[in-house]
Design a protein around this ligand. Structure first.
Ligand SMILES: NC(=O)c1ccc[n+]([C@@H]2O[C@H](COP(=O)([O-])OP(=O)(O)OC[C@H]3O[C@@H](n4cnc5c(N)ncnc54)[C@H](OP(=O)(O)O)[C@@H]3O)[C@@H](O)[C@H]2O)c1
Length: 301
């Protein structure tokens, strides 16, 4: 690892997608709690396959050198532990890039990390196929920005680099708004589909449609109190547009519940419920969904 290396911690779907692309243009080390096979296969959205040998490492055995960028690509609930484990082994303060959904770990690590912190909000879609393969399911775009707008040039450089690596990216000055918007859409879709174990498109039918409408109303009122500007088309149009575009999908939160894995419930519903409490806003639908997901158990097969 040298001072031009991009260290990617969290070797799951997004981490491997990023590693397989960035390794074309910069030195990359992909690190996790356990070492993955160095030979990894990427299936592109068009169905083509390419393999590449990556530098892989266990967090425990990271070389004591500071990379230029530390990308955290774990789920939101694991980001804190992954950050602590990586930083315990790195002597300096790399640019930290946070790829998590939700809006929980971002302000927290922005306060604590001694170097620049960049937040990434991505619509790329990927999943893993075992330990040695990743599928790039759908191309999207990654928005990069920092919460205090102090690192615009670092965001632009990173966006350029991702572009060279074949992942569309744009540096933006309103990343906080974009993170809240994505969180709002996730909050209106994911907990409901996970709770009722349905595909996204089924939200358009009864009895779910009025539930979605009530959640949108709660989310809109909470975000207005936080002075988060609404999307240009309005909250209802945005949420229903995403539901239509992802109608056949099983949301990752649903897949996590079905598999008995933890969900990103706290990173998505937590910030909304905390804001509701701060402003004295009732959020009965969100609270009820949060409580039911906290107790979610996988289906008996
Ligand atoms: N996948 C997508 O298409 C996509 C799109 C947009 C946004 N996102 C967001 O990106 C984030 C990552 O999602 P993902 O789908 O890539 O998740 P994922 O496939 O579950 O990958 C998470 C990775 O983090 C590793 N990990 C967990 N705890 C760790 C720790 N303490 N230290 C180091 N590594 C650790 C896991 O390894 P183990 O095998 O050790 O558990 C796993 O390899 C999430 O916030 C998600 O919402 C994902």
């Amino acid at each position: 690892m040298n001072d031009q290396t991009h260290l990617i911690v969290g070797p799951g779907a997004l981490g491997r997608l990023l590693a397989m692309h960035l390794a074309d243009v910069v030195p990359v080390v992909l690190a996790g709690r356990r070492a993955l096979p160095a030979e990894q296969i990427l299936t592109t959205p068009e169905g083509a396959q390419r393999s590449r040998r990556l530098a892989v490492a266990e967090l425990e055995n990271l070389p004591a050198a500071t990379p230029v960028c530390l990308h955290l690509t774990t789920k939101a609930y694991a980001a804190e532990a992954a950050y602590a484990a990586a930083m315990a082994r790195l002597p300096g303060a790399p640019t930290l890039v946070l790829w998590q959904n939700g809006y929980q770990i971002q302000p927290e690590l922005e306060r604590r990390h001694p170097g620049p912190v960049v937040c990434a909000s991505t619509t790329e879609g990927a999943w893993v196929n075992g330990d040695d393969a990743v599928t790039h399911a759908g191309r999207g775009i990654t928005y990069l920005g920092d919460l205090a707008n102090r690192h615009a040039s670092a965001c632009r450089e990173l966006a350029d680099l991702l572009g060279q690596a074949g992942l569309a990216a744009e540096a933006v000055e309103d990343i906080e708004t974009r993170l809240w918007h994505k969180l709002a859409v996730n909050a209106a879709i994911n907990p409901l589909v996970a709770r009722f174990r349905i595909r996204n498109g089924q939200l358009r039918d009864r009895p779910f449609r009025p539930m979605v409408e009530r959640i949108i109303a709660e989310v809109a009122s909470i975000l207005a109190s936080e002075h988060v500007p609404p999307p240009t088309a309005g909250w209802h149009a945005l949420v229903w547009q995403v539901i239509a575009a992802t109608a056949k999908n099983r949301a990752s939160m649903l897949q996590d519940v079905m598999a008995g894995r933890p969900t990103e419930r706290e990173a998505i519903l937590g910030p909304l419920l905390a804001a509701a409490q701060r402003h004295g806003i009732a959020a009965p639908c969100l609270s009820e969904l949060d409580a039911s997901l906290a107790q979610a158990r996988p289906l008996q097969r």
